[in-house]
Design a protein around this ligand. Structure first.
Ligand code: TRP
Ligand code: SF4
Length: 527
C-alpha cells in the first residue's frame, strides 16, 4: 500500500471549498521520510515536517488559550493539533464540547495508550462529554484479530481507562460492532466518499477487503458520533498516524452540510484561488475611493498587477463577463444538500440586505461566523446534522526503551500496563539512555536528556503533574549532575510503584466495568 506521505493535500477543508474533492499528492516514501499510515509503521522523522507538509498546527501557539492545560500539553508531548482552538474556547466559556478516541484491541494496553487515556479523561474532567470506543471492526478487518482475542483485549483497555479515572457514568463507552446508530451514520457518510478517494488517502487497491473499507467509514462515524445529539466542538486525541482519518472526517462533515458558507465578491461563483485574486483586486481598487469597483476594472487590475496563472485567467474571464457589475464583499450560502424547504427557510432567515440566486444566497450584512451559525440552525431545524468540523490533538510517539521505536512486538521496548511491576522495574533498568560513555564525561559534558528514553518516561509519565520534578531531572542531567545509574534506579522504582498502583486500581474498577453499558462478550462465534 502506498501511504499518505509527505504531500500537499490542498487546503484545510474547514468551510471553504470542502465540497471539492481534494487531490492527494501522496507518493511512496523512503524510510526516513515522514509517513502517516494508520495501519503501517508510521514514522515521524521530523515533527516540524508535519506542520509544513500536512498542515498540522503547532500546539504551542494555542497553549495559552487552554484553561489549566494538561502536563502533556505543557511539556510539548502534545505537539500538534487541528482546529483545537474552538474546543479550548468552549472549555473556557463553559459551552458544550466533547472528546473521543478509539482503541484497536490488538494487544495489551501499554504506556503509549496511557497518553490517550489521560487525554480523554482530562477533557472529561474539564467538563467535556467523553467517549472511548473499542475499534473491534477495525481490529477484525485490518488486523485479523479473532472476536475472542478482541473481547479479552477490550476488557484490558477499558479496565486501564477506568483505573486512570474515566467516569463511565458521565462518559460513554461502546464497541463499534454493537452500535447501531454509529453504523447508520457510517453508511450515510459513506455516500459522500468513493473508492478513488480511499485509494488516494490510504493506498487502498484492488486487494483491499471491503470490510477494511467499511472500518474506515465506521471510524468516520466514530469521529462525528459525539455530535449526533447536538453539534459541538469535538476533539479527537490520537497519534499523528491517525491524521489522514481526521482530515477525511473533516471533509465528510462539510460534505453533509446543507449549506456551504464562503466569502464572495460578485454574483458569479469562484473557487478559493480565484477568491484570493478577487480579494486582492477589491482591496487595491477600493482603497482610495467610495465609487463602486466594477468587475471589468478588477480584470484590468489583475492582468496588470498579478503574475499570470490559471486562477488569474479564470477569474479575469468571469470578471469581464460580469462587466459593469460592482464588486462587493459578501457572505455566500451555497445550497449543497438542502431540501427546497430548508433553502426557503434560510432565505427567510437571512436578515438585512441579501440577494437570492438559484443555488445560493448572498448576504451583505452577516459576518462569516454569524452566517455559519445561521446555516447550522436552519440545517438542524430541517433534520440535518449540523456537524461542526471535528478537531484533533496529536501526541509524540514514545521512543522504545531499547532505542528505536516502541513496538508491541518487542516486549523489552515498551512497558505494558499489565507488566508485573518487577518486570517494569527491570525493563527501565535495562533501558538505553542518553548518557555518555563514562561518568567523567557525563560530569563534564552532561547527559543528552533530549535523546534519552528514560527522560521521556519521566516527562510523559513518571513525573505526573509535577513540572518542577521533570525540570529538575532534565537540568541535572544536562548539567552533568545526574548520572544514568542513579537516574534509572529512580525511574525504575517509580515505574514499579506506578504499575503496582495501577494494577491495584484495575482490580478495584472491575465492578464499575461490569456495570458499564458495554458488552464484552461478543456473540460472534466465528472468527
Ligand atoms: N484507528 C484507530 C487506531 O488504529 C482506532 C480508532 C477507531 C479511532 N475509531 C477511532 C481513533 C476514532 C480515534 C477516533 O488505533
Ligand atoms: Fe537519561 Fe537520566 Fe542518563 Fe540523563 S541521567 S541521560 S535522563 S538516564
Amino acid at each position: 500500500m502506498t501511504r499518505d506521505t509527505t504531500s500537499d493535500r490542498g487546503r484545510d477543508p474547514d468551510g471553504e471549498d470542502a465540497a471539492e474533492p481534494l487531490p492527494d499528492g501522496g507518493t511512496a516514501a523512503g524510510d526516513d521520510e515522514t509517513t502517516l499510515d494508520p495501519w503501517g509503521s508510521a514514522t515521524v522523522a521530523d515533527y516540524r515536517k508535519l506542520f509544513e507538509d500536512f498542515g498540522i498546527e503547532a500546539f504551542d501557539e494555542i497553549l495559552a488559550e487552554v484553561p489549566d492545560p494538561h502536563y502533556l500539553m505543557r511539556r510539548g508531548v502534545i505537539f500538534g493539533h487541528r482546529d483545537y482552538r474552538k474546543v479550548a474556547e468552549a472549555m473556557a466559556t463553559g459551552e458544550p464540547f466533547a472528546a473521543l478516541s478509539g482503541f484497536m484491541p490488538t494487544g495489551d494496553p501499554h504506556i503509549g495508550h496511557k497518553l490517550v487515556f489521560d487525554e480523554i479523561i482530562w477533557h472529561q474532567q474539564q467538563g467535556g462529554d467523553a467517549y472511548a470506543l473499542i475499534a473491534d471492526l477495525e481490529a477484525n478487518s485490518a488486523r485479523g484479530m479473532t472476536w475472542d482475542e478482541i473481547d479479552e483485549h477490550a476488557r484490558d483497555y477499558l479496565l486501564s481507562l477506568l483505573a486512570l479515572g474515566f467516569d463511565p457514568e458521565e462518559g460513554e463507552l461502546y464497541r463499534q460492532s454493537d452500535n447501531r446508530e454509529l453504523q447508520d451514520l457510517g453508511f450515510e457518510l459513506g455516500e459522500s466518499a468513493n473508492f478513488s478517494e480511499l485509494e488516494n488517502i490510504y493506498g487502498f487497491d484492488g486487494e483491499t477487503s471491503v470490510s477494511h473499507m467499511q472500518s474506515v467509514v465506521t471510524q468516520m462515524a466514530d469521529i462525528l458520533y459525539p455530535q449526533l445529539d447536538e453539534p459541538k466542538p469535538t476533539v479527537i486525541p490520537v497519534g499523528p498516524d491517525q491524521d489522514p482519518h481526521v482530515r477525511l472526517a473533516r471533509d465528510l462533515a462539510a460534505r453533509t452540510q446543507f449549506f456551504g458558507v464562503t466569502k464572495a465578491y460578485a454574483s458569479f461563483e469562484a473557487d478559493a484561488d480565484e477568491r484570493e485574486h478577487l480579494a486582492a483586486a477589491y482591496g487595491a481598487l477600493s482603497e482610495d475611493t467610495d465609487e463602486p469597483v466594477r468587475c471589468e476594472d478588477a480584470a484590468d487590475w489583475l492582468e496588470a498587477e498579478m503574475a499570470p496563472d490559471d486562477a488569474r485567467e479564470r477569474v479575469a474571464a468571469k470578471l469581464r463577463e460580469a462587466g459593469k457589475e460592482p464588486l462587493r464583499p459578501r457572505v455566500r450560502f451555497l445550497d449543497r444538500n438542502a431540501t427546497d424547504e430548508a433553502f426557503e427557510a434560510l432565505i427567510d432567515a437571512v436578515d438585512g440586505e441579501k440577494r437570492v440566486f438559484d443555488e445560493h444566497v448572498d448576504s451583505f450584512e452577516l459576518s462569516r461566523e454569524a452566517a455559519e451559525e445561521l446555516a447550522r440552525e436552519v440545517e438542524l431545524d430541517h433534520g440535518g446534522y449540523g456537524f461542526v468540523a471535528p478537531s484533533s490533538i496529536y501526541h509524540r510517539f514514545m521512543t522504545g526503551l531499547t532505542g528505536g521505536k516502541m513496538s508491541s512486538s518487542v516486549p523489552a521496548s515498551h512497558i505494558s500496563l499489565l507488566d508485573d511491576p518487577e518486570d517494569g522495574y527491570e525493563k527501565v533498568k535495562a533501558a538505553t539512555t542518553g548518557g555518555r560513555e563514562t561518568a567523567e564525561k557525563q560530569r563534564e559534558l552532561g547527559g543528552q536528556a533530549d535523546e534519552c528514553p528514560v527522560y521521556e518516561l519521566y516527562a510523559y509519565l513518571l513525573a505526573g503533574d509535577d513540572d518542577e520534578f521533570a525540570k529538575r531531572v532534565y537540568d541535572e542531567c544536562v548539567d552533568g549532575e545526574r548520572l544514568c545509574g542513579d537516574c534509572k534506579e529512580q525511574a525504575a522504582e517509580l515505574m514499579r510503584e506506578f504499575l503496582a498502583d495501577h494494577q491495584e486500581k484495575r482490580a478495584e474498577v472491575q465492578e464499575l466495568l461490569e456495570a458499564a453499558d458495554i458488552d464484552l462478550d461478543s456473540d460472534r462465534a466465528r472468527t
